[in-house]
Design a protein around this ligand. Structure first.
Ligand SMILES: [Zn+2]
Length: 271
């Protein structure tokens, strides 16, 4: 029973963080052969795992990932790019190929510096990227985020009352609160749901947290234009939003019904 429990922990940590399962085993090994906490054993074991996990993720994973041409996206608020939530960083889901890193940081800088709004700087929110290691290792639930070359970006929003651009998103995790098609626009979700049940599965994680913000079609289009002009291979967004934006670029494509709907975020991938 104990072994089964440990195996489940190893599996869950590996699926969510990639390296967490191995660090869990390392921590068990340290307890077995080097240090045997006696009192409040369970608590001490969890505490030492957290210390070990944080230390390895901060000091060992980034240089090792660099050997695989991947590097972590910025996670502190001093650049024009930031993680939408802390979970992305805590779980190592913010690694990208070095090519994607340079492209996306340049787009974020351009987006911020060419803003027509004076005042607070504009910061792009990124969502899930990739794990630090191994081509083919998927970032669940995104099966395609498995080679460092994929990244999800949040839409842009403005405040309902002052009409100012916001550097936040309307949902807790950045996914699942949709910009739905208006009457007369292509309703891709209804079409895909006829054959693929999972197409709108992100609705289950779409927890609204800011009801004072509205989707900013103009600024999202400006971001899409910069992305289309950058050295990016494909950009996925829902067809009704592509048509609404009117950007003529063959990089902007429909992702297919086997994926999930993209009227809550933008997916980009490099060569
Ligand atoms: Zn994606």
């Amino acid at each position: 029973m104990k072994i089964l429990g440990r195996f489940i922990w190893f599996l869950v940590l590996t699926v969510i963080t990639q390296v967490g399962g191995l660090i869990y085993l390392l921590n068990l090994g340290i307890h077995r052969f080097a240090w045997k906490p006696k009192n409040r054993k369970w608590l001490k074991r969890q505490f030492s795992f957290i210390v070990l996990y944080v230390s390895i993720c901060l000091m060992i994973v980034p240089p090792l990932a660099r050997l695989h041409h991947r590097q972590p996206l910025p996670w502190y608020k001093v650049t024009s790019l930031q993680p939408q939530n802390w979970f992305t960083i805590a779980c190592n889901r913010h690694y990208v190929h070095t090519n994607l890193y340079s492209v996306i940081t340049q787009v974020a800088d351009d987006f911020s510096t060419t803003s027509a709004h004076n005042g607070a700087p504009l910061i792009l929110n990124y969502l899930d990227a990739n794990f630090p290691f191994l081509d083919g290792f998927p970032l669940i639930p995104h099966l395609s985020h498995n080679d460092g070359k994929k990244l999800d970006l949040a839409f842009r929003y403005y405040s309902k009352d002052k009409h100012l651009p916001m550097n936040q998103t309307v949902s807790l995790l950045g996914y699942g609160v949709y910009v739905r098609p208006s009457p007369g626009e292509i309703d891709q979700t209804t079409i895909c749901k006829q054959s693929r049940w999972q197409y709108d599965i992100t609705k289950y994680i779409g927890i609204p947290i800011h009801d004072n913000m509205i989707y900013d079609g103009g600024e999202t289009k400006r971001l899409m234009t910069l992305l289309a002009e950058a050295d990016i291979k494909k950009i996925f967004i829902e067809p009704h939003l592509k048509n609404r934006m009117g950007i003529n670029s063959d990089k902007i494509r429909f992702h297919g019904c086997h994926a999930v709907r993209h009227d809550d975020h933008i997916h980009v991938q490099v060569r």
